[in-house]
Design a protein around this ligand. Sequence first.
Ligand code: GSH
Length: 199
Amino acid sequence: MYTLLGSPKTRAGRVMWMLEELGVEYTIMPCGPHDPAVIAVNPTGKIPVLMDGDLAITDSAAILVHLADKHQKMTYPIGTPERAKLMSVISFAVDAVEQPLWSFAKHSFVYPEEMRALDAVLPGLRHEFAKAMEALEAMLGDQEFIMGDDFIVADVILGHLGGWAKGAGFGAPDGKVGEYMTRIRSRPGWKAVLKAREG
Ligand SMILES: N[C@@H](CCC(=O)N[C@@H](CS)C(=O)NCC(=O)O)C(=O)O
């Protein structure tokens, strides 16, 4: 049994999506960042944290990879070229795609007001995000999912980021990336996250 610490409105949403895709049992403890229950298991106070029994796993990409490995679904065997490529795609997602969005959030509401400089950083963040979308389009090509025919762990992270970008006003990606986002975000697993967000 897994316990997910964090609201589905945060990066915990991508962990919930993964748990839904795997069809495993889990409960959600909908706490915010720096909640005492979070600090007890993650010194940074950040969410999500996944409790796998007594094991506390932090950082959403690491959580998703752990789940994929443990259930041997939505991933590739360690040491294979496909696995190496998968890890590159995950790094690309959390580095090139997520960072401009996270910086936007930090300068919008995360940092104390006196540290925010949104007007100064926004053009750079939009530029970085646009470049990441161009790279994503090239990586995707005509494939159904980011690595080909199979929906895998990296698709969950990218699908979550597509929604984040839209919500943050970075625009819904168009063309093949837009179609890809629509395709993956219409899966029942993501729909379950959207429903949980309403509750
Ligand atoms: N690399 C971490 C980032 C986690 C993170 O920054 N979570 C946000 C909520 S989505 C948070 O806890 N923010 C509070 C803070 O930065 O202090 C992950 O992917 O889980």
